[in-house]
Design a protein around this ligand. Structure first.
Ligand code: FES
Length: 363
């Protein structure tokens, strides 16, 4: 009996010592202290080591695009790390090309700051700012899509039509961490003291916050602008817009820009939805048919059974096949899910529209 008791005591002491060693190791290994973060060869920030590069930069008010909130699942947060980044992690590999790996490009949300580190980022990211806004309008457009307007007060935002911002969803009951998510701006570039977004409910952390917790009058942090998807002034020629759901947001901003600047380009907008209940902002788009130089809005419904619907039926690529002439000199702006965009790109290339004139934003 006494042998069993002493064995149990010895094991308990060993377990306690092991736990102590692990705790001390964690504190020592996890504590990297202050390290130097050098940006674009000249700006040096002294930062606390131990966090990922994305959040370390954010703490310095330098905002890197990130559509997934740092989960390693969007590939937006690429940064060139020329020194001190350590080896590329397996979580980064699906998002990096061979050339990017050779050029030291990393996913900043996966790369941990453990020692002095040197990075290169595009200069325009220094113009990205964080805005303290409050909700002045919140309208339910469909069962799942809300139209929100955020007032920036005295602050001004300058962006290109088509670009996006990131909205911060703070911690709320059931979601302990704050997250950032990307949403295209739906408002006019001339509306400098406000931002409008279309936010669809997906059940994710940020859309649950917006749809179930956020109220009119609440304050919200937004940073931006970001993105390579924007209206190209120098293209000339007619334009095809195509999208579905909240993919309408950047297209509305571009159409408003064309209206404000009296741009004389023929344009057509193919919009995909399931049923009539999924259509929204139709009056606004009909208004564009009146005000723009030569614009047509063509919604296509894939699952509408009612004979009341007299418009297009089927998917957007079907409408493109039907209405777009082969060999035309269109450029195209697409916004929607990856699968939808791939099918539209296929339909456009069948019409001989060159890939370099097809701009898209997959979300
Ligand atoms: S933030 Fe999405 S992959 Fe890094």
């Amino acid at each position: 009996m006494s042998t069993i008791i002493s064995t149990v005591v010895i094991f308990s002491i060993l377990a306690a010592m092991l736990a102590l060693i692990l705790t001390l190791a964690d504190r020592t290994i996890g504590n990297y202290g202050e390290v130097k973060l050098k940006i674009n060869k000249d700006k040096v920030h002294v930062v606390e080591g131990g966090n990922n590069l994305l959040s370390t930069l954010r703490a310095q008010k330098i905002f890197i695009p990130s559509a997934c909130g740092g989960k390693g699942s969007c590939g937006y947060c690429k940064v060139k790390v020329t020194e001190g980044g350590g080896p590329v992690l397996s979580t980064e590999l699906p998002w990096l090309t061979k050339d990017e790996i050779k050029s030291n490009v990393r996913l900043s949300c996966q790369c941990k700051v453990k020692q002095d580190i040197e990075i290169e980022i595009p200069e325009e990211l220094f113009n990205v700012r964080e805005y303290s806004t409050y909700v002045v309008k919140m309208e339910q457009l469909t069962n799942t899509i809300k139209h929100l307007r955020f007032d920036l007060g005295e602050e001004e935002i300058h962006f290109k039509p088509g670009q996006y911002v990131q909205l911060k969803a703070p911690a709320y009951e059931g979601s302990p961490d704050e997250v950032y998510r990307a949403y295209s701006v739906a408002s006019s570039v001339n509306d400098k003291h406000a931002i409008e977004l279309l936010i669809g409910y997906t059940g994710g952390i940020a859309t649950t916050y917006v749809h179930q917790h956020l109220k009119k009058g609440d304050s919200v942090h937004i940073n931006g602008p970001y993105g390579e998807f924007y209206y190209h002034e120098d293209d000339g020629g007619p334009i095809i817009f195509a999208g579905a759901g909240t993919g309408m947001a950047p297209i509305i901003s571009i159409l408003q820009y064309m209206a404000d600047n009296k741009i004389h380009r023929k344009a057509v907008f193919f919009f995909g939805a399931k049923t009539m209940d999924d259509l929204f902002l139709v009056d606004r788009l009909k208004d564009f048919e009146e005000t723009l130089y030569d614009f047509k809005f063509i919604p296509a419904l894939s699952r509408e059974e009612s004979p009341e619907w007299t418009g297009e039926r089927g998917r957007v690529p079907d409408s493109i096949s039907k209405y777009v002439e082969k060999g035309s000199n269109y450029s195209a702006y697409l916004c929607g899910s990856p699968a939808m965009i791939d099918s539209i790109v296929h339909a456009l290339t069948e019409k001989d529209i060159p890939l370099e004139k097809i701009y898209y934003d997959k979300f």
